[in-house]
Design a binder for this molecule. Sequence first.
Ligand SMILES: [Zn+2]
Length: 287
Amino acid sequence: MTNEIYRFRIGTFECIAVSDGTFAYPDHSFFVNASKERLDQVLRQHNIQPGEIIAPWTCLWINTGQHRVLVDTGGGAGLLPSVGKLLPNLQAEKIKAVDIDTVILTHGHPDHIGGNTDAEGKPAFPKARYVMWKDEWEFWTSDPKLTELEVGEDLKQFMLALARKNLPPIQGQLYLVGREMEILPGIQAIAAPGHTPGHMALVISSGSQQLFYISDAVLYPIHLEQPDWYPAFDFAPEQAMATRRHLLDRVTAEKGRVIACHFPFPGLGHVTQEGERWQWEAIKTIA
Ligand SMILES: [Zn+2]
């Protein structure tokens, strides 16, 4: 194991959290409506030097016994120097792209779809069915303008370019989800809109165990303690907050395990509720 690979089990399902690498975000982009003074204070409480947040891009590989599934594809090779490590990390675990039969895309942001295609622009997972929420596919393929987003024009163009590069080529292998349903035995799609129009979370169940793949519904553990702070990347902040509360209520009620894409790697743990706030309890990993 490395600090980019974390193996665990959910019932009989074999799971691996795989990092695509890390990215340094300006701290205010994660908490765009927080005052600088208060944000600096909270970051210091978390032993984070104000300025930037270094967050992983974590994907999940699942072997259900019947299916080999990948959830999200990272940024892809050559996008940025610090990411694009998903395929090499999978190969180091003797997992080949050609053996993956299902790729689930939780949403259309660059760090989740960037690895959909290879250097020639062809699907990087040639035998896989690619699964996405219907509204999400329709949004990114409808030439959106992203006027609502509180990010700079460069980042908007970057997002749109990545969607144009990585979505049309998978159309022939696409399966769209229009309602909450089982994608595969033990893998259920949950509507989690707000971060993007058709953002999807998953519940992965085997035996008596459950894992919630919450993707970017909660971007960083500090959002659990400060539930009114939202990231600049949330397309519809109020809807995203309602989704976050709904999902967290369910996760805590069902006492499921949680994996989140940008929490400190491997992003696996439990959420506990404390009144109107939540707390993150990361699993203890052996370094
Ligand atoms: Zn993300």
